[in-house]
Design a protein around this ligand. Structure first.
Ligand code: CO
Length: 130
């Protein structure tokens, strides 16, 4: 484990949601679309803290499902790991429930894997290989 990569926040409108973060001193890094996740991602940075605003691009987007169920707010925390495959094995052996038992490629083109919220007290945790 090396540190916090970013906090993912679900929103219905990136432009609208970004206004407050920009006022807080955050700056836009970039905006990308992840067709795989049916989501538009705006990355904002404030010092070492990165927030990713996530807006669904389709009604069957997982982010749309989250918004319908819980409303806008924190969707996940992302933690950087050195050796993804090793970490996943370690976690599985410790009885941690993984959504992804194998790494897949995330928004930043890096390997990612999600831990199931049932293993983390209701928090969706993303592992991201740096
Ligand atoms: Co993320």
């Amino acid at each position: 484990m090396t540190g916090l990569s970013h906090i993912g926040i679900a929103t219905t409108d990136i432009e609208e949601a970004a206004k407050t973060w920009l006022l807080l001193g955050f700056q836009f890094v970039h905006t990308t679309e992840v067709p795989d996740q049916k989501v538009k991602v705006a990355k904002l940075r404030y010092g070492g803290l990165i927030v990713e605003l996530l807006e669904p691009t389709s009604d069957d987007s997982p982010i749309k499902g989250f918004l319908d169920k819980k409303g806008p707010g924190i969707h996940h925390l992302a933690i950087e790991v050195d050796d993804m495959e090793h970490k996943i094995d370690e976690f599985l052996n410790s009885g941690i429930k993984m959504i992804d038992k194998k790494p897949r490629i995330g928004a930043a083109g890096k390997p990612i894997a999600f831990i199931h919220p049932s293993s983390t007290g209701g928090v969706l945790v993303e592992l991201e290989q740096d």
